[in-house]
Design a protein around this ligand. Structure first.
Ligand SMILES: Nc1ncnc2c1ncn2[C@@H]1O[C@H](COP(=O)(O)OP(=O)(O)OP(=O)(O)O)[C@@H](O)[C@H]1O
Length: 581
């Protein structure tokens, strides 16, 4: 590591260039033996680049701003040294308020970080009090949770502000106790509208507090936060591996796109999934909740079961869906990555013109502390599909970042309609694609032939017609009713934390009839030679990988690099298609 700026003043930042040494073990980074053992029990023996640089600095007590790709292991990069600090002299600490605050943009992330902390502490056999709070909690529950007070508080800025304004937390107590403040997913905190809450909290942060800011992308918002909170931080930006300076998508994710008309998107996704041209697990993104239900209903008719994750579901259901998906209980998850304002506009329209039933439905509150894409560690997702393109380049980066996490491989496929070509163009220029110099990071998906798509067209269009707006609305309302009913049972589940997860199924069929055989099974004569070969190769690759990407509950198994299917498949198929096979 070399500090590039020798004369660092209070106002300037210290930027690090680092020579990464993969040989450094977690012990070499200065981590406590208990933490190293806990990582080994989780199947983690090799640090990621951001961990190698951030951990020693954080252990030295430095303020750090860390910008590293999605899935690069930023959570452990701050969590391990933070816990180590708390392990030492914990009994002697002054504690009128929690010693460490971890602020994240969504409740799902609160839960995720909370689970990670508990699991490490359990493996280390160290007792620390850790709480996660959210704004929906009753005043009395917030007060009870903060009694003690805990060592670590994980929450959203809005909830901390609620605790401050209601007197459950005292500014003076924070000022005398806070030792470490983490702003995780910092690039999203301001875009989620937390600016005022963070500003209200800032005066209570003591000067001595170590502040850590973790982010996947750099933006004006991150700069703003940096100025607001950090004193003289070390700025860590991972060295770029590609040619483009903003290259922040993991290199182990192969990116593809499929050009198609808007009305053909159902047909294309059906072809990709039904013919098994991608590896599981699959995470599909839509831009609205209605589209996610339309897609679920449509796929269901062909015997493809999926679950929908969205902002209107009760929090317990959302967490449970994530747990089940992560544990491999189902392979297809459709996530509505919505702009809340857009959904609200649609709901308002419904309110003005819709039926009594739909008015009631539209009133259902969307959770503004929900974010399906950002930062959530969906486990072992191999393929991400953009059924609809995200609104921005940053949205694309965060969606694609749900695969290829840590040392795993992955692939993404974007279905792009003519109206979305501009967005694709922006994304392609962002990743450095240039027709002129032949760079093609986002390539056309090579495994789908026109013939095979056309052979499925009649069936797909016929079924798509039966998935009417009314059917979509009804199943959305029915799913919501079911999940609200489930919510109480799930509350008990989360309180007692039982190990078995298949308590409730979230990928239940929404339509009453089972799919007819002619839709469930694609007859062999419909497939052309190229598709049969592609299907076979995907299957071989899956077998070669030991199908590790799902149904796996234990410690992470390593993905064999030589068995990376899409690399083999795409190069081999594109060679063949070049030969006109
Ligand atoms: N050293 C490591 N070796 C293997 N796996 C790791 C390592 N560190 C973290 N992981 C795993 O990698 C996954 C991604 O880590 P994490 O969620 O911290 O990424 P991130 O950088 O915060 O991503 P995002 O920006 O998308 O939130 C997690 O499942 C985590 O358990």
């Amino acid at each position: 590591m070399a500090e590039t700026n020798e004369n660092v003043s209070k106002e300037t930042v210290k930027e690090y260039e680092f020579e990464d040494s993969e040989d450094q073990s977690f012990e070499d980074l200065g981590l406590d033996a208990r933490l190293v053992r806990a990582l080994l029990k989780k199947g983690i023996d090799k640090s990621t680049p951001i961990q190698r640089v951030a951990i020693p600095l954080i252990l030295e007590g430095k303020d750090v701003v860390a910008r590293a790709k999605t899935g690069s292991g930023k959570t452990f990069a701050y969590l391990l040294p933070l816990l180590q600090k708390l392990f030492t002299n914990n009994a002697d600490r002054k504690k009128l308020a929690p010693n460490a605050f971890i602020l994240v943009p969504t409740r799902e992330l609160c839960q995720q970080v909370y689970n990670e902390v508990l699991s490490i502490l359990e493996l280390c056999r160290v007792q620390l009090k850790v709480v996660q709070l959210n704004s929906n909690m009753l005043h009395s529950d917030l007060r009870a949770a903060l009694t003690g007070p805990p060592d670590v508080l994980i929450s959203t800025p809005t909830c901390v502000q609620k605790c401050l304004s209601s007197g459950v937390l005292q500014g003076a107590s924070i000022n005398s106790s806070l030792e470490t403040l983490v702003l995780d997913e910092a690039d999203l905190l301001l875009s989620y509208g937390y600016e005022n809450d963070i500003k209200a909290f800032t005066p209570h942060i003591p000067r001595s507090c170590q502040c850590l800011l973790m982010s996947a992308t750099s933006s004006a918002d991150v700069d703003k936060l940096k100025k607001l909170i950090l004193h003289n931080p070390f700025i860590l930006t991972l060295p770029e591996v590609g040619n483009h300076k903003d290259d922040i998508i993991p290199k182990n994710v192969e990116q593809f796109w499929i050009p198609c008309a808007e009305r053909d998107k159902l047909l294309y996704i059906l072809s990709v999934l039904k013919l098994e041209l991608v590896q599981k697990k699959v995470l599909v993104f839509t831009n609205t909740i209605d589209t996610s239900f339309r897609l679920k209903l449509f796929l269901e008719k062909f015997g493809i079961k999926s679950a929908v994750l969205n902002a209107e579901l009760p929090q317990n259901s959302r967490l449970h869906i994530l747990e089940e998906f992560n544990a491999g209980l189902f392979d297809y998850l459709i996530a509505a990555d919505i702009s809340l304002s857009k959904e609200k506009d649609e709901a308002a329209k419904e309110n003005n013109g819709g039926s009594r039933k739909s008015r009631k439905f539209a009133k259902h509150k969307l959770d503004s502390e929900f974010g399906v894409v950002r930062g959530i560690d969906f486990k072992n997702v191999y393929t991400v599909i953009n059924f609809e393109m995200p609104q921005s380049v940053a949205g694309y980066v965060h969606r694609i970042g749900r695969t290829g996490r840590a040392y795993n491989s992955g692939a993404s496929i974007s279905l792009v309609s003519p109206d979305e070509m501009d967005t694709l163009g922006e994304i392609r220029s962002f990743v450095g694609d240039d027709e002129k110099n032949g760079s093609n990071t986002i390539a056309e998906f090579p495994l789908l032939t026109k013939n095979v798509v056309e052979s499925l067209r009649y069936r797909a269009e016929d079924v798509a017609k039966s998935v009417t707006k009314i059917a979509v609305r009804e199943s959305r309302a029915q799913d919501l009713r079911n999940e609200i009913l489930n919510s109480e049972k799930l509350k008990a589940h989360f309180e007692s934390k039982p190990r078995e997860l298949d308590l409730l199924k979230h990928d239940k069929l929404l339509s009453k009839n089972a799919p007819p055989t002619h839709l469930r099974d694609v007859p062999d004569y419909l497939l052309d030679k190229t598709t049969k070969e592609a299907k076979q190769m995907v299957k071989l690759a899956r077998d070669a990988m030991g199908n590790n990407n799902h149904r796996h509950r234990g410690p992470k198994r390593k993905t064999r690099k030589d068995a990376d299917p899409l690399k083999a498949i795409s190069s081999s198929v594109s060679k063949k298609s070049r030969k006109g096979v």
